[in-house]
Ligand binder design. Structure first.
Ligand SMILES: Cc1cc2nc3c(=O)[nH]c(=O)nc-3n(C[C@H](O)[C@H](O)[C@H](O)COP(=O)(O)OP(=O)(O)OC[C@H]3O[C@@H](n4cnc5c(N)ncnc54)[C@H](O)[C@@H]3O)c2cc1C
Length: 327
């Protein structure tokens, strides 16, 4: 049984830890804060890229592979943890112009159909999950599986010898292992000294506590979206800000997101914003996910750069990285 050390307890790290543990590895997961409190918590939980035809083949493959197993995965996690990730196939209503040549080619290639709707095109197969709940469920599940979680422990660097990584350095001491899997999200750039490849893109979101179930589907229009939760709450997102690790939120964005939803659902204009937050998407300069073995160290793996689609792609990314580690 090999030892694996996963750096980062977001959706990517915890899902990877789960798969590695299921494949027989002894897994330790380190997080500099608490697991599931960064981008994976801040995200919207749509289980699909927003405009899938704008992404490369790998993103589409990982998305489809994940979508095929998400519902069953949520059932398993619910069963094992007692926390329901609230997977719901509410469909996505696209209000934008969608009959572009790229969109048409994508729909033809992947055999995707939509239904005509008075306000646009409805993609009924699109689901969402309530990500904070999914993360809670995942954490409880991996603990049950014997993954050792060490929180509030920042990895400062790798301990290397020739073409191997022996472990990692932290302020709480060194951790030695057979394999290191880096899933540090937007911080992967700093950690691996590849800031020119991975960087944070801030997104702000708001949450309304609506009494009426006005919003039936996920709504997408002009790059912004509205996501209904099972309890009537509604999320509205989001911004794309290249401002480094600045967590601040601002009143203008809050007002503009509220206006966005009010224009489409006037009844929501009088509903107070319950919560307003930001998160850091792990973006890559190449626009591609970084999923593979390091060129320098053959027991160092990287699983990051999922940008706007990490919640969506996490299960399939975890499968792929586990396969590589076990090769
Ligand atoms: C506003 C917003 C909306 C989004 N909406 C969606 C959506 O609807 N659907 C979708 O699929 N995706 C969405 N995303 C994107 C998605 O949230 C991310 O792609 C995904 O969460 C990335 O997961 P991760 O595990 O790589 O990163 P994170 O969740 O950020 O986790 C990284 C972890 O690594 C830890 N860490 C970092 N450095 C170190 C270190 N040196 N030592 C130890 N630990 C470390 C951090 O503390 C953190 O817990 C959204 C993101 C945002 C911000």
């Amino acid at each position: 049984m090999s030892d694996c050390l996963v750096i980062g307890g977001g959706i990517i790290g915890m899902m990877s830890a789960r798969m590695l543990s299921m494949s027989g590895a002894k897994v330790t997961l380190l997080d500099q804060r608490e697991c599931g409190r960064e981008s994976s918590w801040a995200g919207g939980g749509i289980i699909s890229p927003l405009y899938p035809w704008q992404y490369d083949d790998l993103t589409n493959e990982l998305s489809f592979e994940s979508q095929a197993i998400y519902e069953a995965l949520c059932d398993d996690l619910h069963h094992s943890s007692g926390v329901d990730p609230q997977y719901q196939k509410s469909g996505l209503l696209m209000m934008d112009e969608f009959e572009t040549p790229e969109a048409k080619a994508w729909m033809e290639r992947y055999q995707i159909n939509y239904k005509n709707h008075t306000d646009g095109a409805l993609f009924p197969q699109v689901a969402s999950i309530r990500n904070p709940r999914l993360l809670q469920a995942l954490k409880l599940d991996i603990l049950k599986r014997g993954v050792k979680i060490v929180e509030h422990t920042q990895v400062d660097g790798l301990i290397e010898k020739s073409c191997k990584v022996l472990g990692v350095r932290t302020q709480k001491g060194d951790f030695f292992t057979d394999n290191v899997i880096t899933c540090a999200g937007a911080w992967s750039g700093e950690l691996l000294d590849i800031q020119d490849s991975i960087f944070p893109v801030k997104g702000q979101m708001i949450l309304l506590k609506a009494k009426v179930r006005d919003v039936k589907h996920i709504v997408l229009d002009q790059g912004r979206y509205i996501i209904p939760r099972a309890d009537g709450r509604i999320l509205i997102g989001s911004t794309m800000e290249d401002v480094g690790f600045d967590r601040s939120t601002d009143r203008l964005t809050k007002a503009s997101l509220h206006e966005f939803v009010s224009e489409r659902f006037p009844a929501l204009s009088s509903v107070k914003v319950e919560h307003h937050w930001s998160g850091f998407r792990p973006a890559s300069r190449s626009g591609k996910i970084m999923l593979g073995r390091s060129k320098k160290y053959d027991n160092l793996f990287i699983n990051t750069g999922h940008f706007r689609n990490g919640l969506n792609m996490a299960p399939a990314s975890a499968h792929r990285i586990t396969k590589l580690v076990n090769e």
